[in-house]
Ligand binder design. Structure first.
Ligand code: ADP
Ligand code: MG
Length: 230
């Protein structure tokens, strides 16, 4: 077996304690996402979408199966190594942007470099370039309270790209937005996926977003199947 450079889940099963038994959240799920491509995941509430992202993010270890990230076997790593892999290789975008109220947009991004042990000051040019790429060049010095919901989500996405992740995991980023703004965010994610070369997984409840994806899959009761896009 050759490790793939993007994200590669093979036969992943994940269960949670459930009363006296176990609930199967992911049932032998296999999903390979090559670099520079976007895979959309749809499925009803409770079907395992967030669990799939948690496994791909190495935040949750599956009961069985393999998780390969940028060619590394994530399940075999020690917890500290896994945390390092997460910081260096994985970008995560949740539904709620969780920006820091006291920081400007550019500082939200610079702080990522600081957390990774680098210099926030040196990271400023890259932070400004990323804000430009998400359409917020003129908002760099604004604090979150002056931004719209869609603009906050764009800052959130730019922040996740600061460390040039190989794998970008996005959970319902348009949940709090109207349809038009949601569609613009998904189109932006598709474009950033191509330009950054990240292997992107996007969980969405809105099937009208599927044409932006290179591939679409559906989860039902923890089982994954491929959908036709476009
Ligand atoms: P989705 O994101 O598609 O709504 P989830 O991955 O959040 O689905 O949940 C899948 C199933 O696993 C659901 O039945 C949910 O209740 C259950 N579940 C999720 N997280 C936990 C947990 N930490 N402990 C126990 N059950 C959980
Ligand atoms: Mg969810």
């Amino acid at each position: 077996m050759h490790p793939s450079p993007g994200l590669d889940l093979a036969d992943v099963t994940l269960t949670y304690p459930d009363g006296d038994g176990r609930l199967t959240a992911l049932d032998r799920v296999s999903l390979a996402v090559p670099p520079g491509t976007l895979t959309a995941v749809v499925g009803p509430s409770g079907s395992g979408k967030s669990s799939l992202l948690a496994v791909a993010a190495t935040l949750t270890t599956p009961d069985a199966g393999r998780v390969s990230i940028a060619g590394l076997d994530a399940v075999a790593l020690r917890p500290a190594e896994r945390a390092g892999l997460r910081r260096s290789t994985i970008g995560i975008v949740f539904q709620q942007p969780n920006l820091l109220a006291s920081l400007t947009c550019v500082e939200q991004l610079q702080v990522m470099a600081h957390l990774a042990g680098g210099s926030a000051r040196k990271a400023r040019p890259r932070a400004l370039e990323l804000l430009d790429r998400v359409g917020l060049a003129d908002r760099a010095e604004h604090r979150p309270h002056r931004l719209s919901g869609g603009q906050r989500q764009r800052v959130n996405i730019a922040r996740a790209l600061m460390h040039e992740p190989s794998v970008l995991l996005v959970d319902e980023p348009t949940g709090a937005l109207d349809h038009e703004r949601g569609a613009a965010i998904v189109a932006l994610l598709a474009e950033l996926t191509r330009t950054s070369g990240a292997a992107t997984v996007l969980v969405t409840h809105d099937r009208s977003h599927l044409p932006h994806a290179d591939r679409a899959v559906e989860l039902i009761d923890g089982r994954l199947r491929t959908l036709a896009t476009a």
